[in-house]
Design a protein around this ligand. Structure first.
Ligand SMILES: Nc1nc2c(c(=O)[nH]1)N[C@H]1C(S)=C(S)[C@@H](COP(=O)(O)OP(=O)(O)OC[C@H]3O[C@@H](n4cnc5c(N)ncnc54)[C@H](O)[C@@H]3O)O[C@H]1N2
Ligand code: MOO
Length: 412
């Protein structure tokens, strides 16, 4: 009996470790997700300071000041921003002060320069101000120990600014999953090389690497290997011991029922199980854990080689748990749409057909495009949706409502 899609989804999801944390410098933190609460390590502001360019005073000293009857005070100090020495304001005097400069002790208000004659030796103040006017008190924004940024926050520029204002050089964020993609097949040829009859250009490697990157992973493509078990195993060992690190290996090809199934031959019975999943495309699947030369255990997901099968399998089995392992939501939207053409799906299999979803006369409709078989990459390239036809549905008519997964990632 074949495994259901949801059973295999569960098994693949179980291979992913819980999210890992790493510390990155703030300059590299944009878009990253905080792994832990960040609490304020200093007060902001760190000291009482002026909100205006003007004069630090005791409010009581200028209580009688008015437009036509100014109060004149001697100016006994000048406080530009950055002055660090302790300052004291004697009663009956003023200090010239700039925005952000520390308020001298004794002062309890700032008069904006516009309400004075801007004098340097003495200043005529033309308005009274309340106690606390134009003063930004220490800790009025955030106090040591306050929650500055909660865990799970996607860091945008202002949040990074707050971390910088707190004097933090870096932040603990969730680490992306490092994935290495390796395609298999003796028929594969790299772009730029001439093709002989029976050979094809390799396409799954860069396609899957792109899909993994778009999903947020750090994905790296290895050069493909021929259908040779020894070479494949050697390549896996090299991937596992590579100093760039690898949290997951994704392979394509060599998993079905033929005589030269390199992935299956190399790994079956050795921590990796190969199964048939009741779906089209993407029926032959494998996953598990492999051991490296030093005993390291690395999860591996072995996708079928047909290009549409490989990419649809990524969508169905890998994308959501991969994102979860990085603290990211599964951002693939599902909806229902009216079919503009009939569909046939094999009995007992969940089918994922390519489609174009669009709005017609205010209704959400989906055009099925291309045949069901899994070598029609051009239709997958043109699609913005997968039509998800349930296991028990064999026929859908034009006008029927179909389940649809939106796969347009907006990167085009
Ligand atoms: N007797 C059976 N035959 C097949 C079965 C089966 O159950 N019994 N399953 C079929 C299904 S469904 C699929 S899907 C494929 C999967 O086969 P493999 O994963 O073993 O992949 P390959 O045989 O290596 O390749 C299949 C197909 O895809 C092309 N391919 C492979 N890798 C790439 C690549 N990196 N870039 C571009 N194209 C690639 C390859 O040339 C083949 O045409 O098996 C069916 N057979
Ligand atoms: O199920 Mo295979 O995945 O048709 O191509």
């Amino acid at each position: 009996m074949m495994r259901t899609v949801s059973e295999h989804q569960h098994v693949v999801a179980g291979l992913f470790p819980p999210p890992r944390a790493e510390v990155v410098p703030l300059a590299a933190a944009l878009g990253r997700i905080t792994a832990a609460d960040v609490r304020a390590t200093v007060d902001l502001p760190g000291f009482d300071n002026s909100a205006m360019d003007g004069y630090a005073v005791r409010a009581v000293d200028i209580a009688a000041a008015a437009e036509d009857s100014p109060v004149t005070l001697p100016v006994s100090a000048d406080i530009p921003a950055g002055r660090t020495d302790p300052l004291y304001l004697d009663p009956g005097t003023a200090h010239r002060i700039m925005t952000g400069s520390p308020l001298p002790s004794g002062a309890d208000a700032v008069v904006p320069v516009e309400q004075t004659d801007a004098g340097l030796q003495s200043v005529a103040v033309h308005a009274s101000v309340a106690q606390g006017a134009s003063v930004r008190t220490a800790g009025s924004d955030i106090v040591v120990g306050d929650l500055a940024i909660p865990a799970g926050t996607v860091l945008h520029a202002p949040a990074i600014g707050l971390l910088a204002a707190l004097g933090l050089p870096g932040v603990e964020v969730l680490a992306p999953v490092r994935v290495v993609v390796v395609s298999t097949g003796s028929e594969l040829v790299a772009a730029g090389q001439p093709l002989r009859h029976g050979q094809i250009y390799e396409s799954n490697g860069v396609m899957l690497t792109s899909a993994l990157s778009e999903a947020g992973a750090i994905a790296r493509q290895e050069h493909f290997v021929p259908d040779d078990v020894a070479q494949f195993r050697e390549r896996l060992d090299a991937i596992i011991t590579d100093e760039r690190g690898c949290d997951l290996i994704v392979t394509s090809g060599g998993v079905s029922a033929g005589a030269y199934e390199v992935v299956k031959d190399a790994l079956a019975g050795d921590g990796v199980e190969f199964v048939k999943v009741a779906m089209q495309p993407g029926m032959p699947q494998g996953c598990g854990r492999i051991r490296g030369p030093d005993g390291q255990s690395v999860p591996i997901v072995t996708l079928p080689g047909n290009p549409v099968s490989a990419q649809v399998s990524f969508e169905v089995f890998l994308r959501a748990p991969l994102r979860r392992a990085m603290g990211l939501a599964d951002d693939r939207e599902r909806t229902t749409a009216e079919l503009t053409a009939p569909l046939h799906s094999p009995a007992g299999k969940r089918q994922f057909r390519r489609g174009i979803i669009r709005i017609e006369d205010g209704r959400v409709v989906v055009d099925p495009i291309g045949p069901p078989s899994s070598h029609h990459l051009r239709y997958l390239a043109a699609a913005n949706a997968l039509i998800d036809v349930g296991t028990d549905t064999e026929n859908l008519a034009r006008g029927d409502l179909a389940e649809v997964i939106l796969i347009d990632d907006g990167s085009a």
